[in-house]
Design a protein around this ligand. Structure first.
Ligand SMILES: [Zn+2]
Length: 316
């Protein structure tokens, strides 16, 4: 199956293209958001915001949270928007009365990290990529409170392992993908990997180049994930539905096909506006829920195609 990943990359480089780094939904009424709990393994739970309440994430407000519970204390992945902390704590307390000991982040966006400082003040030790800590320092919503900055950091290299509650949790760093500080978080015994946002099945891929993300890195992260996952491993994106590794293949193929079309148009001397007008995602739009909904300055498809264009242009 690994042969499926044998493809060559176009040479790409980081770019200064500025996408909006903020995931804060303007005008979202946080009082309307409920936190829903799903049990995915005997002591592992996923918490998500309710649908239709977050303008940026229509399917489920904010990013998904993971809770590994047990007598050794709680290991938590991501924290949602800061405004939802009380509701998230209430949902955790329905699962377990144990102290929240460790908090890890899939990446820096505040729909995943906004509540970090609140949970640190409740006693959690925040453990993140060094790059994520640097990105947090540049993010006014996070930098205003030093509790948002991780106490323990790690770089690219071997996974950081936690052994708690009969589980082995691996924080697996991936090179610059959705952001410059992405981590996959694997629960070995539960056979679950929380993968953050370098894969998404609600809307088109989003690479936050302003926070160090790269398209090439996202493709490499997909390959690394495919190779780490077994056929039955549950892959949990930060947004959208839970998948398995075979779902990564059409997603990768879609990115490569769009990349190749954009490359062709660049070769014909087209400007970004002309490339956007060519609607190169048209054959995928019906299969990508939320793909034509607003995101950034246009649709999710426009944001994706603009990013691909900028990455290819800067890679020349
Ligand atoms: Zn994100």
């Amino acid at each position: 199956m690994k042969a499926a990943w044998r493809f060559s990359f176009t040479v790409l480089a980081a770019t200064t293209f500025c996408a909006s780094a903020s995931a804060q939904p303007a005008g979202t009424d946080f009082s309307k958001i409920e936190i829903l709990t799903e049990k995915i393994a005997p002591n592992l739970y996923l918490l998500s915001g309710s649908a239709g309440t977050d303008a940026n994430h229509e399917d489920a407000a904010g990013g998904r949270i993971g809770i590994l519970a047990g007598s050794d204390g709680i290991f938590m992945v991501d924290t949602q928007y800061a405004q939802l902390t009380d509701k998230v704590v209430a949902a955790i307390r329905k699962i377990s009365p144990a102290p929240i000991r460790f908090l890890a982040n899939t990446h820096v966006h505040i729909d995943h990290t906004g509540g970090d400082a609140n949970f640190v003040k409740l006693g959690a030790t925040l453990v993140t990529r060094e790059e994520l800590r640097d990105e947090a320092l540049r993010n006014p919503a996070l930098a205003k409170d030093p509790a948002s900055l991780a106490t323990v950091t790690y770089g690219l290299g071997a996974p950081v392992k936690f052994r708690m509650n009969g589980e082995v949790v691996d924080l697996i760093p991936v090179r610059a993908a959705h952001t410059g500080g992405d981590t996959m978080i694997r629960f070995e015994n539960a056979n679950v990997i929380m993968i953050g946002d370098f894969y998404r099945n609600y809307g088109y891929p989003y690479i936050d180049t302003a926070n160090g993300g790269t398209l090439k890195g996202a493709l490499e992260a997909l390959e690394a994930l495919y190779n780490i996952a077994g056929p039955d491993t549950k892959l949990v994106p930060g947004h959208g539905t839970i998948i398995n590794r075979n779902d990564l293949l059409p997603y990768r193929d879609m990115i490569l096909a769009v990349q190749s079309k954009v490359q062709q148009l660049i070769g014909q001397g087209k400007t970004m506006q002309e490339v956007l007008a060519a609607k190169v995602t048209a054959t995928y739009d019906a299969k990508v829920p939320g793909g034509l909904l607003p995101a950034g300055n246009g649709t999710s498809a426009d944001r994706f195609v603009s990013m691909v264009y900028s990455q290819l242009k800067s890679g020349k």
